[in-house]
Design a protein around this ligand. Structure first.
Ligand SMILES: [Zn+2]
Length: 340
């Protein structure tokens, strides 16, 4: 930090804990890289959309004090409960303004305890999808409202982004039009978040000890198709990416990863266990005879080509995920790497 501060005199205007947090961010980025993720991207000042203070933040009524920035007015959406102290404060820039989130702590509040695995008896299995967001092993389904991939939403997005591209580059009007696109994206994201919280609550708030989820590799699923070249001429051939693009958009619109995070958060609060299961063949395996075949599944229907057993394919998959979790808990067949 001292070397960086000497080279960049404007760092003097930034609170030292904010700078420290950014060094920490870089550290995690490098740690992730050494564990096999992407090399950290270069970031300049304009790339940062958030920063974190760990000390010196004060709140009085509708005013907040941020070190080096001073007192400013803010909308206090929720009062801080008595006995809690502010541990960190993150300021985030979104399309329509700046948002503050506070991490608070009360040492006298006991930690949440999760049930030991041997006491887990009732588990609900979840299978994430696109036509329905979640299929549960008890047979219930949760709708997927498709916030950004409905016909109407796609049309609005298309029109608004076309308005941007038709305005002169660098003009004020282009900036204004781009802001409108951003606002629409923010609105969609807010709606999706709200729906996710409702869904997560619906899944966790039941008489169960654990929730079995698929251990999904979402970025792997959204990877682009490999480029196909014609051998003689070296021209590009169709590789199915155009079709895949639509699916990728649906996957990111469903936001499974974010939903899983919310389920985990609520589960910890209620002392319930979240078990992540390898979903390999969960929708192709027959639940009666164990026969695995791709042609067992035909859209929503599951019909075993060996024994003729049939049921709803996704609910069957949810049940398989639940059974695999139960097996794991009982230790019948503890497959390495199946549970995290
Ligand atoms: Zn069968």
């Amino acid at each position: 930090m001292p070397e960086l501060k000497a080279a960049r005199p404007w760092f003097a205007g930034i609170d030292s804990t904010v700078l420290q947090q950014n060094v920490k961010r870089l550290d995690t980025a490098y740690k992730n890289f050494f564990e096999g993720l992407r090399f950290p991207k270069f970031k300049n000042r304009s790339n940062f959309t958030s920063f974190t203070f760990v000390m010196g933040v004060k709140i009085q009524g509708n005013k907040i004090y941020l070190p080096k920035l001073g007192w400013m007015r803010f909308h206090s959406s929720r009062p801080i409960p008595i006995g809690f102290t502010i541990k960190a404060c993150t300021v985030r820039k979104r399309q329509n303004g700046w948002y503050v989130s506070l991490r608070i702590e009360d040492k006298s509040v006991p930690d949440y305890t999760t049930k030991p695995l041997k006491d887990v008896v009732k588990i609900v299995g979840c299978d994430m999808g696109i036509t329905k967001l979640v299929h549960l092993s008890d047979g219930s389904q949760i709708e997927n409202p498709k916030f950004s991939t409905t016909k109407k939403a796609k049309r609005t997005l298309r029109i608004r982004s076309r308005r941007v591209s038709r305005k002169a580059k660098g003009s004020k009007n282009r900036k204004k039009a781009a802001q409108k696109v951003g606002l629409l994206h923010q609105k969609i994201s807010n709606k999706r978040q709200a729906h996710h919280w409702k869904v997560a609550k619906k899944i966790v708030d039941r008489k169960i000890d654990g929730i079995a989820l698929e251990d999904l590799n979402i970025s792997g699923m959204m990877r682009r198709c490999r480029v196909k070249l014609e051998e003689k001429t070296g021209r590009f051939l169709k590789n199915g990416q155009a079709k895949k693009k639509g699916l990728n958009r649906s996957i990111s619109d469903a936001g499974w990863g974010e939903l899983i995070l919310k389920i985990e958060y609520l589960a910890v609060k209620q002392g319930k266990v979240v078990i992540k299961i390898n979903p390999k063949y969960s929708s192709q395996e027959c639940r009666k005879c164990g026969h695995i075949d791709k042609s067992n599944r035909d859209g929503e229907k599951f019909i075993c080509t060996e024994c003729g057993y049939h049921e709803h394919a996704d609910i069957g998959a949810a049940k398989t995920i639940r059974d695999r979790a139960l097996k794991l808990v009982r230790g019948d067949s503890a497959k390495p790497g199946a549970c995290t």
